[in-house]
Design a protein around this ligand. Structure first.
Ligand code: FES
Length: 141
């Protein structure tokens, strides 16, 4: 029974992995399974938190020194592509001035992820909007 159950789980995992590989690029899967910059910053200089139309929420914290983003972390309760997008957008923002980070477009995140299926295109939009909200919060302080 246990062996049969294990086989079933292994088969299911293999099927899910196959489907994921058909849907998502290698880069997206890499960022979704091994995301960078996950977490919160103590006493952030800017904080953005947005719930997208899909109902998923992302939060981004910023540390800014001399107008430059020196650290950037995100958390999300969203899908794999939103995790991949949060990882990518925080990597892109780090080291940029706040003005340059404001110019990061969802399409640029999408390009780094080598594209996403149509139904996931709103995920990098959520990540970029959350980054912009964090920058606005920083600017309003
Ligand atoms: Fe909501 Fe991806 S489905 S952020």
């Amino acid at each position: 029974m246990t062996e049969e159950f294990d086989d079933l789980i292994n088969e299911l995992e293999a099927a899910i992995q196959k489907e994921e590989k058909e849907l998502y690029s290698e880069k997206t899967l890499e960022e979704a399974y091994n995301p960078k910059n996950v977490g919160v910053l103590e006493d952030p200089d800017g904080c953005g938190r947005i719930t997208g139309p899909c109902g998923d929420t992302m939060q981004i914290h910023l540390k800014v020194e001399g107008g430059k983003i020196v650290d950037c972390k995100f958390i999300t309760d969203g899908c794999g592509p939103s995790t991949a997008s949060g990882s990518t957008v925080t990597e892109m923002a780090k080291g940029k001035t706040v003005e340059d980070a404001l110019m990061i477009e969802a399409n640029a995140v999408l390009a780094v992820l080598d594209g996403l299926p149509e139904e996931s295109v709103h995920c990098p939009v959520l990540a970029v909007n959350t980054l912009r909200a964090a920058i606005e919060d920083y600017k309003n302080k």
